[in-house]
Write a protein that binds this ligand. Structure first.
Ligand SMILES: Nc1ncnc2c1ncn2[C@@H]1O[C@H](COP(=O)(O)OP(=O)(O)OP(=O)(O)O)[C@@H](O)[C@H]1O
Length: 219
């Protein structure tokens, strides 16, 4: 199996508060693995996803992603990977309220090349049906329920068929039926496209369905 993530964090310190988290944390992930990250509130799960997803580069350590040491990569390369190779389903990734749900979901396509764009648009309708949001595509986010918005954030995160999906509590505000739907979709992408899945979750039933569970501890 091919290693795609090799992360070795010495520590992450928040400048303002001097709080130090993720001390001597190491993570190696192979392409196509499904990893669940669990741990008590405040332990650093979301911060870890931000580092894996190249949203945060302010930490001590070394991170090799897709075979390249990230320190050596230009910001434009990091931005390209963030947009095309990494799919974020993050709690705080707000939808833009002035755009329809459909336009929000299609935002990442703005930066895609025309071939990829075409193939994604071909599957768009069936993908939206599978996520169960075909009925809200023309609505504005504020006219949707919390669970519908969560599913729209999920749709936007996976639309580019990324190599890695980083999902932060993707099932938190969903009922049983939609929770099942989202987890099944994540795993279907993993099977069909060998997508690596990294899920932060408080739901042990969801965590157990991954290949590995990583327990983050304080310090
Ligand atoms: N920008 C920031 N500045 C200072 N401290 C921060 C910042 N972001 C997060 N923290 C702190 O870092 C710690 C880890 O936060 P993080 O959100 O990664 O935890 P978490 O494990 O994802 O928590 P939860 O399960 O509640 O979402 C917390 O103590 C939090 O208060």
């Amino acid at each position: 199996m091919k290693n795609i993530i090799n992360l070795n964090i010495k520590e992450k310190v928040f400048k303002k508060t001097h709080l130090s988290i993720l001390n001597n944390f190491k993570l190696e992930v192979n392409a196509g693995e499904k990893i669940a990250i669990v741990g008590e509130s405040g332990v650093g799960k979301s911060s870890l996803l931000n580092i894996i997803g190249l949203l945060d580069t302010q930490y001590k350590g070394k991170y090799t992603l897709f075979g390249s040491l990230t320190d050596n990569l230009h910001e434009s390369k990091l931005a390209q990977w963030r947009n095309q190779k990494i799919g974020f389903v993050l709690q705080e990734s707000a939808l833009i309220n002035s755009l329809t749900v459909e336009d929000n979901i299609k935002l990442p396509l703005l930066y895609a090349d025309s071939e990829k764009k075409e193939s994604i648009l071909e599957d768009f309708e069936s993908a939206m049906n599978a996520i169960g949001i075909e009925h809200i595509l023309k609505k504005k986010p504020l006219d949707c329920s919390g669970g519908e918005r969560s599913r729209a954030v999920f749709a936007r995160g996976i639309i580019m068929k990324p190599k890695i999906i980083l999902a932060d509590e993707p099932t938190a505000s969903l009922d049983m039926k939609n929770k099942e739907r989202i987890v099944n979709l994540l795993f279907k992408m993993n099977k069909e496209f060998d997508t690596t899945i990294i899920t932060v979750t408080h739901d042990l039933e969801v965590a157990k369905r991954h290949d590995r569970i990583i327990y983050l501890e304080r310090g």
